[in-house]
Design a protein around this ligand. Structure first.
Ligand code: FES
Ligand code: FES
Length: 193
């Protein structure tokens, strides 16, 4: 007997439930864009290298092109459409807007979602490859430009707006440190994406 190749799944996205039939090979990125019309999440490379498709899954940043939609069932997915608080932009969105953290804007949704996840990781004490002291007991290194560049290195920008992106993330870090700590659990020894 042939095994089924599709299933009806329920995805939790930006606080809403979406039930839909999907081919098991459908990525979360294609489900968001092609099936649910959530086109804020962008497709760049479609192979996990550019970060354009970054979303948050249970508060952790992840590239939606490398995750199957069926594997996202039961997780709380946050896309760029869901990061604002009603009519109030998320501090990271506001900082990108204020400091021109973009040019064409194609990479921007992924940059913003990644920055939100990154600030939560930093607030939880996770080190990066740029951190001088990576022992679990050490306090997280200050978010210097070098730290931000390293922690955001999974998000490429073809317009090379990196200087403004780093400035925007640094500004948001000051405004967002308290709320970020509540999003991600304390350091567990897992590798940071
Ligand atoms: S589109 Fe997913 S990482 Fe490039
Ligand atoms: S702003 Fe154009 S790709 Fe980043």
């Amino acid at each position: 007997m042939a095994l089924p190749t599709s299933s009806v799944i329920t995805l939790h996205i930006n606080g809403e439930k979406h039930t839909l039939p999907v081919d098991h090979r459908t990525t979360l990125l294609d489900a968001l864009r092609e099936r649910l019309d959530l086109t804020g999440t962008k497709k760049g490379c479609d192979q996990g290298q550019c970060g354009a498709c970054t979303v948050l899954a249970d508060g952790r940043r992840t590239v939606a092109c490398l995750q199957l939609a069926v594997a996202a069932e039961g997780r709380e997915i946050t896309t760029i459409e869901g990061v604002a608080d009603g009519g109030r932009l998320h501090p990271v969105q506001q900082a990108f807007l204020d400091l021109d953290g973009y040019q064409c804007g194609y990479c921007t949704p992924g940059q913003i979602c990644s920055a939100i996840g990154m600030l939560a990781e930093h607030a939880a004490g996770w080190p990066s490859a740029a951190s001088g002291d990576v022992r679990p007991a050490a306090a997280a290194a200050p978010l210097t430009a070098e730290e931000i560049r390293e922690r955001m290195s999974g998000n490429l920008c073809r317009c090379s707006a990196y200087t403004s992106i780093v400035e925007a993330v640094a500004r948001a870090a000051g405004a967002d440190a308290a709320t970020a700590a509540a999003v991600v659990p304390a350091q567990s020894g897992e590798a940071v994406a």
